[in-house]
Write a protein that binds this ligand. Structure first.
Ligand code: SF4
Length: 332
């Protein structure tokens, strides 16, 4: 027997988490005992007679595997169906600029927009993917910065792709991730007409907290965003992503405020997606608050979900991002 090549040792305060990426099992071990555990896992044949129970448990849970077992076959099997081989998917960042300055934002907001030359190359790329006959579906994801600062470019390129897909009898899926403050009824209707099929819009807590993070000079970003979501939902699904820290995790108040603004008959098109802000230490979070929020969202028909640690979109075979300067990469 040998140690799995997919064991990961992640230090977490006084503990170390030993995680196996194939079985997705994990154990917590105190840091003072981690060397002994590591020795057991890394040298199963030596330790089998001395610690048979532990070696058996590690084997059953995938931390130790048979010497002639090729784990890469399991990995390929596990993920091959998620490669979406017949989907051609592009995430487009038309600009890094944004009208807001959220404290947790990872963008530097450089003042770059996709030039007409880059947009022309994107159109060429899409048309050659469509005419290659290799794909059944084309997916575009608009992202930023705030993509709606390039509203005209979004309309033009989305419309171009939708029409080409229709001509070739292909499925077209197009989502946009936006802060929601630049929308209005006319834009929502035009975006729907050209082919936007889903939205993702973030809230950062109850009204006072959201407005202190997403500051607009003359109005409440919270009210503007929820008003726009109300206009989107009758025709288009919207993920309402809640970014939480220990400070803004106020389940009852938040669900009350959201429910007051989104009528129950529109909620079948909403997904309330609960995410920790990446800079927040998980140790600061009261897990029962997160569970309570999930339950309240469910009871109020807001269709909650939480991130599942599965394959990243960047791993999809025919997925890539195009940045405002025309560079191409795998992750935004
Ligand atoms: S709205 Fe989005 S892009 Fe704009 S500052 Fe906030 S996180 Fe960054």
């Amino acid at each position: 027997m040998i140690a799995s090549r997919y064991n990961y040792y992640i230090k977490h305060g006084d503990l170390t988490i030993i995680f196996n990426g194939i079985s997705e099992r994990f154990i917590y071990v105190s840091n003072k005992n981690i060397d002994s555990f590591r020795n057991l896992i890394d040298n199963p044949d030596v330790n089998r007679d001395i610690h048979p129970y532990h070696i058996d448990q590690f084997h059953k849970n995938g931390f130790i595997v048979d010497s002639d077992y090729d784990e890469r076959i399991s990995v390929n099997h596990k993920y091959s169906y998620k490669q979406f081989k017949n989907i051609y998917r592009i995430m487009l960042l038309p600009t890094y600029e944004c009208n807001l300055r959220c404290w947790y934002c990872t963008q530097k907001h450089e003042s770059i927009h996709m030039s007409e030359d880059i947009l022309k190359r994107v159109r060429l790329n899409i048309s050659s993917a469509i005419s290659s006959g290799k794909y059944a579906t084309i997916m575009l994801d608009w992202f930023g910065g705030e993509p709606l600062l390039a509203y005209d470019e979004i309309l033009a390129l989305t419309s171009y792709t939708a029409q080409l897909c229709s001509k070739h009898n292909m499925t077209f899926i197009c989502g946009i991730t936006t802060n929601g403050t630049l929308l209005d009824s006319e834009k929502i209707s035009k975006l729907r007409d050209v082919g936007i099929t889903s939205y993702q819009i973030t809230i950062d807590g109850i009204k006072s907290e959201h407005d202190s993070i997403k500051r607009l000079s003359n109005k409440s970003a919270f009210e503007k965003t929820l008003e726009n979501i109300r206009l989107i939902l009758p025709h288009t699904p919207c993920t309402l992503r809640f970014n939480y820290t220990h400070k803004n995790l106020k389940p009852q108040e938040l669900i009350t405020q959201v429910s007051e603004r989104i009528p129950e008959n529109l909620r079948k098109n909403i997904r309330f997606s609960i995410h920790k802000v990446w800079q927040e230490d998980v140790c600061n979070i009261n897990k029962s608050d997160v569970n309570h929020l999930f339950t309240l969202a469910k009871d109020n028909h807001l269709n909650p979900d939480m991130p599942s640690y599965d394959m990243c979109y960047a791993d999809q075979q025919n997925f890539f991002c195009i940045f405002p300067n025309g560079k191409v990469g795998k992750c935004a």
